[in-house]
Ligand binder design. Structure first.
Ligand code: SAM
Length: 286
């Protein structure tokens, strides 16, 4: 008998699409206090982590995501020392952050401890940085955690689930106000911000860019290709009070070794959007 994992949109009412991944077997499937967590062995993509039925990562294409959500802000900042990672319970962002020698402390605010323990068990190559002594673990809502800080972080990365359930608060204007306060003047913020290609995702991003110009003078939107995400695309907002995302100069910084997807050329190219998205989102390169 063939086994297929079907992903359906969880924040779209019309349920107008779905895609599927062929699986060999189910390794985990249980309810945490926050969400339904499952791990599968797939035919094509290695192990797959899902939360509430939505693919979070596969072993095959996770570098496309983790390298781009991380190295774009880390390379754009001249000296990132204090980092906040919200979500990202698989540890992929933290693994990439720690490749930058300037890093002194990484605050890791993940709401669901079960994601972390499951990824330590099934994805040791992704979660390998979580035991680094620079990582400060907090099992808490990232929104509440951010409120404790003022003028503190150089780089903030939100690696969250979609804007439903526990991650809904991370797409509210009040959260971005708190983030702005928690960042240093040269600080850079990026978050997982859906894609431009699907209608419901596009509308979510458009809503963000309605209030972001009131908060951040420098705003970009960039994307990466992840074959196992909806539309094969996932994008990120890039927000800063000081750094212009469209004037990227690597200066004398060196790119971490052994990367698979990120390069300075890819960094620059990833901010070039299809015309309709460039027209619709209030980025700062107008
Ligand atoms: N790369 C993934 C994607 O975009 O599909 C995201 C991966 S990561 C596993 C997402 C994490 O965000 C989950 O572990 C989830 O528990 C966490 N999360 C969701 N809402 C959160 C919140 N309010 N505070 C902290 N972590 C949160």
């Amino acid at each position: 008998m063939e086994l297929w994992l079907y992903e359906r949109p969880i924040f779209s009412e019309d349920q107008g699409w779905s895609y599927r991944i062929k699986i060999k077997k189910t390794l985990e499937d249980f309810k945490t206090p926050f969400q339904q967590l499952a791990v599968y062995e797939s035919v094509e993509f290695g192990k797959v982590l899902t939360l509430d039925g939505v693919v979070q990562l596969t072993e095959h294409d996770e570098p496309h995501y983790h390298e781009m959500i991380t190295h774009v802000p880390m390379m754009a900042h001249p000296n990132p020392e204090k980092i906040l990672v919200i979500g990202g319970g698989d540890g992929g962002v933290i693994r990439e952050v720690l490749k930058h020698p300037s890093v002194k402390e990484v605050h890791f605010a993940e709401i669901d401890e079960a994601v972390v323990t499951t990824c330590l068990k099934h994805f040791p190559n992704i979660s390998c940085g979580l035991s680094d002594p620079r990582v400060i673990h907090r099992y808490t809502d990232g929104c509440a955690y951010t409120q404790q800080f003022e003028n503190y972080f150089d780089v903030v990365i939100v690696d969250s689930t979609d804007p439903v359930g526990p991650a809904e608060v991370l797409f509210r204007e009040s959260f971005f106000v708190d983030i702005k306060k928690a960042m240093k003047p040269e600080g850079i913020f990026v978050n997982q911000a859906e894609n431009f290609a699907y209608k419901t995702h596009f509308e979510t991003v458009k809503k963000l860019f309605e209030f972001l110009p009131n908060l951040f003078p420098n705003r970009g939107y960039y994307y990466t290709i992840v074959p196992t995400y909806p539309a094969g695309i996932i994008a990120f907002t890039f927000l800063s009070k000081g750094t212009d995302p469209y004037n990227f100069d690597i200066g004398n910084k060196s790119v971490p070794e052994g990367l698979r997807y990120y390069s300075p050329e890819m960094h620059k190219a990833s901010f070039t959007l299809p015309r309709y998205a460039a027209d619709a989102f209030a980025t700062s390169n107008k």
